[in-house]
Write a protein that binds this ligand. Structure first.
Ligand SMILES: [Zn+2]
Ligand SMILES: [Zn+2]
Length: 134
């Protein structure tokens, strides 16, 4: 059962999309103060709900959030999502891989591990930054 996003969730999602880079909950609170979203628990709740809906991903190592750049549809729970973070400019490119999902699902089945979510973080330098460096 999915309910539509509420007003605060929409504001948080819009702020993340505007940002275009990973943002911490506190970056978002700063950004949303003028719109009346000030309480950290409100922002964390909204982020939780947006992650459940597959609209936002969490970068564990940065403790930051990014707006999803494509729709995962209803299969978000099982799809392997990879987020490639540029260490230079902080941009994030996202891709999904069925092959990768297959490998991980295969391992999980053999290990009898109930795999609920996969988010891979790749670190490196994006093509734009590599171009600039030349
Ligand atoms: Zn995504
Ligand atoms: Zn870059």
């Amino acid at each position: 059962m999915e309910r539509p996003l509420n007003a605060k969730e929409k504001l948080v999602l819009a702020a993340l999309r505007r940002c275009g880079k990973p943002a911490s909950a506190y970056d978002l609170i700063d950004d949303l103060k003028p719109e009346g979203v000030k309480a950290p628990p409100t922002v964390y709740r909204a982020l939780g709900r947006l992650m459940e809906a597959g609209l936002v991903h969490r970068l564990e190592t940065l403790n930051a959030f990014v707006a999803c750049t494509h729709a995962h549809g209803r299969a978000v729970g099982s799809a392997a999502v990879a987020l490639a973070v540029c260490e230079d400019c902080g941009s994030v490119a996202e891709f999904e891989s069925q092959e990768l999902s297959g490998i991980l699902d295969g391992w999980a089945a053999r290990a009898q591990f109930e795999l609920r979510q996969t988010t891979l973080e790749l670190r490196g330098i994006c093509s734009a930054c590599l171009g600039k460096a030349q």
